[in-house]
Design a protein around this ligand. Structure first.
Ligand SMILES: Nc1ncnc2c1ncn2[C@@H]1O[C@H](COP(=O)(O)OP(=O)(O)OP(=O)(O)O)[C@@H](O)[C@H]1O
Ligand SMILES: [Mg+2]
Length: 601
């Protein structure tokens, strides 16, 4: 639970600058908004009319004291009834268009906002995603945006309607009978106190609901993704108990919310009944004394009944506004965080032929005070094939993370040619260097899509050509739909080896100048291993390659080996030379690669 605490920024009840910023999203739709408010005015005006029409009907035409003859009374009554219907129809139409216009505005604002957030997320540095769990970022794009939409559709605009209606009713009541109006307003203070208590209660329980829903979502996400681990280790019972605890907490939060309503609504009912009783008593007396017409009394009671609706609504709207404030605060905090890795203002053109790659005294840490790389210096000449080896956690993957600028080095420089990689556009850099990551990530789409990734400049023939070259075509053609075979989420349905071959094809299809490969640690069966190794050889042929090697056969194909130990370069040289030296590499070789030699060859 603590995990989600910082999601709940302590939003002030009303923050003007925040509100101004929320409203700024409506600027492009200003015309629509004005139209919507105009329609609202119309709606609330027309909602005021019916009780008054009732009063006219009673006082002028129905009342036994009417001075008109029967025919005139019928004619008058018919007119009022006609007007009554006309008012209803106009109010209906106005209300329809108002809701339509407002829905349009709200949905468009959400659309814009989602685009903006997504674009912003794409520009964020990878370190940001290390710090922010998926679930939290998803919430920004979905429910937070949704809540913000409510600010417009049922918040700001509807509050207008309520305020108009309330003011309108008060004016009409005073006009009908000032004294009786004052008596009606007697219950208002009690009403406001009730509304305030309700608001405070509901605010807390709404917040609890949100927090607990978030906790359940995070729990679910983890458990569904890791279902195989749960089942294999017989954790079903334990996870079920954990889930049931979270589920109970959510249940309780919902119940608390509902109970707050269950008290509030009846209290309002009682207060409004008290008011009506007062009106009946004093108003009835007024009619008997002849200071109030019968029709006015009826109209008065009808208005009084409508009076409480907007007051109830307003206390609810207040909560909507509150959560909208909190949501927008979170969204804006996300949007305002500048990407830490940005293109230089005057980017250099990237060389169009393979150039030297140089690490020049590079140091790096993911977290302050936990250095991962220290003083790394090496050069890879054009066309050279270099392997990086080392124990797990030595910092191998980190080196290629820095090279493709997923993170920026803390100290030192990384050069391509003579230029710091920070001087190139990230786009150019990523086209220049093809990186095959340790964990292959596949998108939900078909096989072909996972190779070209939607790049229109890569046609089907090219995809096939590369797949054939890289030994992937054989398994692809065995699939029922071949290249059009859909890949399940995260490629669950493909084997590890198949996924690796796909990732090779994906990298090669771009004809990169430099190839960076983080060999998958997971081993594959001997047949596939052979295919993968053959593919690798073809892959590296004639290309500058930096390979993080976990396999002996990969090491065999390289010119030079860099041995990384605890973030420093321990040894460097060709395979034979390093073995002879009898240092760290020969150790590693004994431990790690000797077995493979027996296994595969
Ligand atoms: N995103 C991250 N945030 C914080 N620490 C990290 C992050 N990624 C890696 N580390 C830490 O940095 C160190 C080096 O990790 P790295 O992934 O570079 O190791 P590696 O040499 O590639 O290991 P392996 O052979 O297992 O792939 C490890 O101690 C790891 O825990
Ligand atoms: Mg690694």
């Amino acid at each position: 639970m603590e995990y989600f605490q910082d999601d709940e920024l302590q939003a002030k009840s009303y923050d003007r600058t925040l509100m101004a910023r929320i409203l700024s999203y409506a600027k492009p739709y200003k015309g629509w908004l004005v139209l919507s408010v105009a329609l609202l005015l119309l709606v609330s005006l027309f909602q005021l009319a019916p009780p008054y029409l009732v009063k006219i009907a009673i006082d002028r035409y129905i009342s036994p004291e009417s001075e008109l003859d029967t025919a005139a009374r019928y004619a008058g009554l018919a007119k009022v009834v006609g007007l009554f219907f006309a008012v209803l129809v106009v109010a209906f139409l106005a209300s329809y268009f108002q809701i339509y216009v407002m829905a349009q505005v709200g949905q468009r604002i959400m659309f814009d906002l989602r685009m903006q957030i997504f674009r912003h997320l794409q520009s964020k540095e990878i370190a940001y995603f290390d710090r922010n769990p998926v679930g939290r970022l998803m919430t920004r794009l979905t429910s937070d945006v949704e809540v913000l939409n409510e600010t417009f559709t049922s918040g700001v605009v509807a509050i207008f309607l309520d305020v108009f209606t309330l003011a309108g009713i008060m004016i009409v009541l005073c006009y009908l009978s000032f004294k009786l109006a004052m008596i009606t307003f007697v219950v208002l203070p009690a009403l406001f106190v009730a509304a305030m208590i309700f608001r405070a209660k509901v605010r807390v329980s709404y917040r609890n609901v949100r927090k607990r829903v978030a906790a359940i979502n995070a729990f679910l996400q983890e458990n569904i993704t890791g279902m195989n681990v749960v089942q294999v280790f017989n954790r079903e019972g334990a996870q079920f108990t954990k889930f049931s605890r979270r589920n109970k907490r959510l249940y309780q939060a919902h119940i608390d919310t509902i109970m707050a309503y269950a008290v509030f609504y009846p209290v309002i009912e009682i207060l409004s009944s008290v008011a009506i009783a007062l009106i009946l008593w004093y108003g009835g007396g007024g009619v008997m004394k002849g200071v109030l017409t019968f029709g006015s009394l009826v109209a008065f009671i009808q208005y009084a009944q409508r009076f409480y609706r907007p007051i109830m609504d307003l206390s609810e709207k207040y909560n909507v506004l509150q959560s909208a404030m909190a949501s927008s605060e979170r969204i804006f905090a996300l949007l305002d965080s500048e990407p830490a890795i940005k293109d230089s203002v005057a980017p250099q053109a990237i060389p169009d032929s393979p150039a030297e790659v140089t690490f020049d005294r590079v140091s790096f840490s993911y977290n302050p005070d936990e250095p991962v790389l220290r003083d790394i210096t090496f050069t890879v000449r054009p066309g050279e094939k270099v392997a990086i080896v080392g124990f797990t956690g030595a910092g191998k993957t980190t080196i290629i993370n820095l090279l493709s600028r997923l993170y920026d080095a803390n100290e030192g420089r990384i050069l391509i040619g003579d230029t710091d990689i920070r001087e190139y556009r990230q786009r150019d850099l990523h086209r220049y260097i093809a990186t095959v990551l340790q964990d292959v990530f596949l998108f939900s789409g078909d096989i072909a899509y996972n190779i070209h990734l939607g790049d229109a400049s890569i046609d089907e023939d090219r995809v096939r050509e590369v797949s054939r070259y890289i030994n992937a075509e054989k398994f692809i053609e065995k699939l029922p739909a071949g290249y059009a075979e859909p890949v399940g989420e995260r490629g669950r349905t493909l084997s590890v080896g198949e996924r690796q071959l796909l990732s090779f094809a994906r990298a090669l299809v771009y004809e990169p100048k430099i190839l960076v490969l983080d060999e998958a640690t997971s081993s594959v069966d001997t047949d596939t291993e052979f295919l993968v190794q053959d593919a690798l050889k073809k892959f590296m042929a004639g290309r500058t390659s930096i390979v993080i090697a976990h396999r002996l056969s990969t090491i065999r194909h390289v010119d030079r080996i860099i041995v990384l130990h605890k973030g420093r370069i321990a040894e460097e040289g060709p395979h034979g030379e390093l073995l002879e030296r009898g240092g760290l590499y020969s150790n590693l070789y004994e431990l790690q690669y000797r077995d493979q030699e027996k296994k595969i060859y």
